[in-house]
Design a protein around this ligand. Structure first.
Ligand code: HEC
Length: 97
């Protein structure tokens, strides 16, 4: 598994991926694991999986974290937290050949 390492504060989305990880561990871990491939039908795909779907760039992920997704309940993240979550998700993307 290759995970691109992005220096703190230097992500494409301008957020802090370290804080983004803390945010998703706090609010999203009920359904999403971070790495690997989810095989449990009662859980959501891992963040590593969703970050590596086609077209999941900063703009797409930013839009997603501003919307509610079924069956996810409505989360009220601060704007800075959303930016940090996107920055963190981008660090999970595998290098494209
Ligand atoms: C109650 C369960 C649940 C919670 C809590 C939850 N999600 Fe999800 N999420 C899902 C499911 C199920 C999917 C799968 C839908 C799919 O396959 O696109 C998903 C998909 C996603 C996707 C992929 C969307 C796409 O179009 O590829 C992202 C990004 C995401 N969630 C982010 C988050 C974040 C960030 C949080 C925490 C703030 C969160 N989710 C919390 C259930 C949840």
């Amino acid at each position: 598994m290759t995970v691109a390492l992005v220096p703190v504060g230097a992500s494409a989305a301008g957020g802090d991926p370290v804080n983004g990880r803390l945010v998703v561990e706090k609010w999203c871990a009920l359904c999403h694991s971070i790495s690997g491939v989810n095989t449990d039908p009662d859980r959501a795909p891992t963040f590593e999986q969703v970050a590596n779907r086609d077209g999941r760039d900063a703009a797409y992920l930013t839009r997603i974290v501003h919307e509610d997704h079924f069956p996810m309940t409505t989360f009220r993240l601060f704007e800075a937290e959303k930016r940090d979550v996107v920055a963190f998700l981008l660090t999970l993307q595998h290098e494209k050949p």
